[in-house]
Design a protein. Structure first.
Lengths: 220, 70
């Protein structure tokens, strides 16, 4: 089996036995349910979380991202200036750095190319959305964050592009747009979601219901 | 017939209580004996996994499971 030769295979079992060494490892690695599957570096940093199909091919795809990260890290550590900036952007995208930390590190590392700057700007948006969502504990919190996303859209700010951020960002924005009776923003958010998830049969009900809602909003 | 039903019920209760009575340690050991862990070179020791990753330069594939519930 090739996969098993490319990675160190580690199985952690949460036992609920008091005092067991690394008993809280699942929580430390961001897990909330079972199974939780991640790729980590030699320091235990999570490089990628696997959320796709649980097959050797599926694991390999996620593993590839982790390997690229390790290669980039090595290149950056050897002093490659471009790799240093790419590595900071990659750390930001994985949640290993907060937006402010990434910005400070970039300043130290040098001037990003136009391409790197665009990527950095995109990742900063993704990270700030994920950061805002972390504070949500109840429906009121979700409503407040949705209003924030709605205001960002009204101010002409770019939305997130990352898989983790895009869905909650636009769904919560739609709720705020509905409350504000703003069919234009509602439609824009809905279309963005359709572009990304329109092919997903599980999302059909969501899209059908919101298409109807949009028609109603436009009538008013 | 009635006797058989009573016996079956008694057996079910006994089996149930045995399962409930299994300690967390026993449940962990049962999980550790899972066939999938024997099919490849898995380690269940986190420190060893980190050490091995440092030595080989290979990333760690971490699979998190539980033993206290099915």
């Amino acid at each position: 089996m090739k996969f098993s030769k490319d990675y160190v295979l580690f199985c952690h079992i949460t036992t609920q036995i008091e005092g067991e060494k690394h008993g809280d490892l699942l929580e430390k690695k961001g897990g909330q349910g079972f199974p939780h599957i991640v790729f980590m570096d030699a320091d235990g940093n999570v490089l990628a979380e696997h959320q796709g199909e649980r097959t050797a091919d599926g694991f390999s795809k996620t593993g590839q991202k982790a390997k690229e990260f390790v290669t980039l890290k090595a290149k950056a550590e050897k002093g490659d200036k471009a790799a240093k900036i790419d590595f900071i952007i990659a750390q930001l995208s994985m949640g290993q750095l907060k937006p402010s930390e990434a910005e400070a590190k970039i300043k130290e590392a040098g001037t990003p190319t136009k391409e790197q700057q665009e990527k950095l700007d995109g990742e900063l948006v993704n990270a700030s959305v994920i950061d805002a969502l972390k504070g949500v504990e109840d429906d009121e919190g979700a409503k407040a964050v949705g209003k924030k996303f709605y205001d960002m859209e009204k101010a002409g700010k770019k939305g997130p592009t990352g898989d983790q951020a895009i869905q909650p960002y636009y769904i919560l924005m739609m709720r705020a747009a509905e409350e504000a009776k703003d069919a234009a923003v509602f439609e824009k958010a809905l279309n963005t979601l359709k572009k990304k998830f329109g092919d997903n049969p599980n999302a059909k009900r969501f899209f059908d219901a919101n298409e109807k809602k949009l028609v109603e909003m436009k009538k008013k | 017939m009635k006797k058989q039903m009573v016996l079956a019920a008694a057996l079910a209760v006994a089996m149930g209580s045995a399962a409930f009575g299994q300690s967390l340690e026993e449940k962990r050991d049962k999980k550790l004996a899972s066939p999938f862990l024997k099919k490849a070179a898995w380690t269940t020791d986190y420190d060893k996994a980190l050490e091995e990753s440092k030595k080989t330069g290979q990333p760690i594939f971490g699979y998190f499971s539980r033993s206290y519930a099915p």
